[in-house]
Design a protein around this ligand. Structure first.
Ligand SMILES: *[C@@H]1O[C@H](CO)[C@@H](O)[C@H](O)[C@H]1NC(C)=O
Ligand SMILES: *[C@@H]1O[C@H](CO)[C@@H](O)[C@H](O)[C@H]1NC(C)=O
Ligand SMILES: *[C@@H]1O[C@H](CO)[C@@H](O)[C@H](O)[C@H]1NC(C)=O
Ligand SMILES: *[C@@H]1O[C@H](CO)[C@@H](O)[C@H](O)[C@H]1NC(C)=O
Length: 506
C-alpha cells in the first residue's frame, strides 16, 4: 500500500513549481511530484550539487534531448541525482526525497503466465498516467478468483504507482501447455518435445550415442535381441534398438526425453557413476485431446482419429487375427488398441525379428482391404505447423532437407548424387528391384512407387533422391553408370530454427 501523500508532500510539489518558474523563465513547466517517502530511485544517471531543490528540478527539466524522468534530492548536502533511465527500481532513501513526473518508472505488477496487452500506451517505459495493462488468463480454468480480466493502471493521481484490480500473490493463472511440449498421456510415448534434462536437473545423453550399449535391460523392458543381419551377413547394428523409437530413428530424437521401451513416462540416459537413466518432468498438456495433425513427417507420434487413407480406403482395425503375432512397438497409444482401434498410425511392426515394412512406413498408415488382400497404405495427416514448401529451394526447410539421419521422410526434389551424377527415374527400375526393398522376399506387400503407397506430398514417376528400402543410410538414387549403379545424395539437415508450435491451439 502506498502511504497517502501528506500535506508536506503537496507543499513540496508547489515549491518545485514556484522555484522553477521563477528561476528560468523559458523553461517549460513540468511538474515533478514528491513520491515514495523513505525511498529513492536506484538507477541514477548523473549526480551534482545544486543550490536548492528548485535548481535540481531545473537541472532535470533542462536535460537534452528530453527532460529527465525523475530525480532524487537531499537537503543536507544538496545532492541532486538525475534519473534518465526510462525504468528504475526504488531503494532505501538514505536521506533523499524522490520526485517524478506523471509517469510510472517502476514495473507494473504481473500475474504469472497471464497474457498481457496494453491500452493507452505501447508497453514501453516510462508508462504514462492512465496507461493500462490488461491481464488475461488463457488456461481454460481462467484466473483462480474467477475474474475474466485483471488490470493495472498507472495511477493518474499518485504518480509512479500502479492501481491494480488484484492482490498480488492472491490471484493465479495456470500455465497453458501445448503439444508437443507436453504429454497427452501418462506414459508420454507420444511426447516429441524438446526437454533434455531430467527431473533432478541432469543433462540427457544422446540416444544415438548408445551411452550404455544397446543390449542392456532398460527400465522395465524386456531383454532385447539385436542379432539382425543383412543378406550378406553384415549385422544390422542397432536395428532393434531403433525399432523402439517413434519413427524408428533414435538419432532424430537427439538427447530429448522420450519413452521408448517400457518406461512409465519420458526419461533419458544420464552419465553419472551410479545412475544410468532418470525420468524427466514433462507436464501434462492442458488439452489432452490429441491434435489432428502430426509434428514429424513420419508422424510416429500421431494419436488422432483419422481412419481413411489418401485414396479413401477405410482403415482396418490393427488388432486383426492375421496380425496378432506382430509385436507392436513405438505405438504411441499401444495401451488403447482394442478390437476397434483403426486410426492411422506409424508403428514399428516386427514379425519374427524381421524388418517388415521399413521401406514403406514413412508417414502414418493403416491396413486396408484391397480385393481380399490386406495391404498397408498411407494416410494424409496435416502438419501441426504450416511449413514452407518451396519446390526446388535448397534452403534447409522441409521437404528440401532431412529430418532424420536416414532421411526416409525426404520428399524433396534433388535429382543428382553427391558426386554430381544425374538420377534415373525410379519407374525405369534400371537394375531390377534393389535387394533391400524386400529383404525376405515380401514382394506381395508393396511396390514402393505404386500410387497407393506414395508418400503424402510425393510425386509419381520422378527421379528425386529417396531412401526406400531397409538398409541404406540416407537418400540415394540410381545412376546410369553401370559399375556404380546407385549413389548417395547430399541432402542437408534442417536449418536450426524449426518451429514445432501448434497454431491450432494458440
Ligand atoms: C537499475 O539498476 C540496477 C542496479 O544497478 C540494474 O540491475 C538494473 O538493470 C537497472 N535498471 C535499468 C532499467 O536500467
Ligand atoms: C536372437 O535372434 C537370433 C536370430 O533371430 C537367434 O538366433 C538368437 O538365438 C536370439 N538370441 C536370443 C538371446 O534370443
Ligand atoms: C555410488 O556408488 C558408490 C560406490 O559404489 C557409493 O559409495 C556411492 O554412495 C554411490 N552414490 C550414490 C549417489 O548412490
Ligand atoms: C533436375 O532438376 C532440375 C530442377 O528441377 C531440372 O532443371 C533438371 O532438368 C533435372 N535434371 C534431371 C536429370 O532430371
Amino acid at each position: 500500500m502506498e502511504p497517502r501523500r501528506s500535506l508536506e508532500d503537496i507543499l513540496r510539489i508547489f515549491l518545485v513549481f514556484l522555484l522553477s518558474s521563477r528561476g528560468v523563465a523559458s523553461v517549460e513547466l513540468i511538474p515533478y511530484l514528491g513520491v515514495h517517502p523513505g525511498q529513492r530511485y536506484e538507477n541514477v544517471s548523473s549526480e551534482s550539487q545544486e543550490l536548492s531543490l528548485g535548481m535540481c528540478t531545473i537541472n532535470c527539466v533542462m536535460q537534452k534531448p528530453i527532460p529527465c524522468y525523475a530525480f532524487n534530492y537531499r537537503e543536507t548536502d544538496r545532492s541532486c541525482q538525475l534519473i534518465l533511465n526510462r525504468m528504475s527500481r526504488l531503494v532505501d532513501a538514505n536521506g533523499y526525497w524522490s520526485y517524478v513526473q506523471w509517469l510510472c518508472l517502476r514495473e507494473y505488477p504481473t500475474i504469472e503466465n497471464a497474457k498481457v496487452s496494453f491500452e493507452g500506451w505501447n508497453g514501453k517505459y516510462p508508462a504514462p498516467a492512465r496507461g493500462i495493462v490488461k491481464f488475461r488468463c488463457e488456461h481454460p480454468k481462467g484466473f483462480s478468483d474467477g475474474a475474466l480480466l485483471h488490470t493495472a493502471e498507472c495511477a493518474p493521481l499518485n504518480p509512479d504507482s500502479w492501481c491494480i484490480s488484484f492482490r498480488k500473490e492472491a490471484v493465479q493463472c495456470e500455465k497453458v501447455h501445448i503439444y508437443p511440449e507436453c504429454r497427452l498421456t501418462e506414459s508420454g510415448k507420444e511426447y516429441v518435445g524438446k526437454v533434455s534434462v531430467t527431473e533432478s536437473g541432469r543433462k540427457c545423453l544422446k540416444w544415438r550415442d548408445y551411452p550404455y550399449g544397446t543390449e542392456d535391460e532398460y527400465p522395465g523392458g524386456p531383454h532385447l535381441n539385436f542379432s539382425s543381419s543383412d543378406p550378406s551377413g553384415t549385422p544390422i547394428i542397432n536395428l532393434e534398438f531403433e525399432g523402439w523409437f517413434l519413427n524408428r530413428d533414435s538419432w532424430s530424437h537427439h538427447n530429448y526425453c522420450r519413452n521408448p521401451f517400457w518406461g512409465d513416462r519420458p526419461w533419458c540416459f544420464v552419465s553419472t557413476p551410479n545412475i544410468t537413466w532418470e525420468y524427466c518432468n514433462i507436464p501434462m498438456c492442458t488439452d489432452t485431446v490429441p491434435p489432428e495433425c502430426k509434428v514429424t513427417q513420419q508422424g510416429g507420434e500421431y494419436m488422432g482419429r483419422k481412419d481413411v487413407t489418401i485414396l479413401g480406403y477405410p482403415c482396418l482395425p490393427w488388432r486383426m487375427e492375421e496380425y496378432r503375432y506382430f509385436i507392436i512397438r513405438a505405438f504411441p497409444d499401444f495401451d488403447r488398441i482394442d478390437a476397434h482401434h483403426n486410426f492411422c498410425r506409424n508403428p514399428w511392426m516386427q514379425k519374427f525379428n524381421t524388418p517388415y515394412f521399413t521401406g514403406v512406413n514413412m508417414a502414418p498408415w493403416c491396413f486396408i482391404d484391397v480385393g481380399n488382400r490386406i495391404r498397408p497404405a498411407y494416410c494424409d495427416i496435416p502438419f501441426c505447423n504450416k511449413r514452407v514448401e518451396d519446390e526446388g529451394d535448397r534452403t534447409g526447410v522441409y521437404p528440401e532437407c532431412r529430418l532424420s539421419e536416414k532421411g526416409k521422410e525426404y520428399v524433396g526434389s534433388q535429382n543428382e548424387t553427391e558426386t554430381g551424377k544425374a538420377c534415373l527415374s525410379w519407374d525405369l527400375n534400371p537394375y531390377g528391384v534393389p535387394w533391400d526393398f524386400f529383404p525376405r522376399g515380401e514382394k506381395h506387400f508393396t511396390k514402393y512407387f505404386h500410387p497407393r503407397n506414395r508418400l503424402p506430398g510425393d510425386k509419381v514417376g520422378h527421379n528425386h533422391c529417396r531412401n526406400p528400402g531397409v538398409f541404406r543410410e540416407r537418400p540415394w538414387c540410381f545412376v546410369s553408370d553401370i559399375d556404380t549403379k546407385w549413389e548417395y545424395c547430399d541432402i542437408p539437415l534442417p536449418r536450426p530454427k524449426f518451429d514445432y508450435s501448434h497454431p491450432a491451439l494458440q
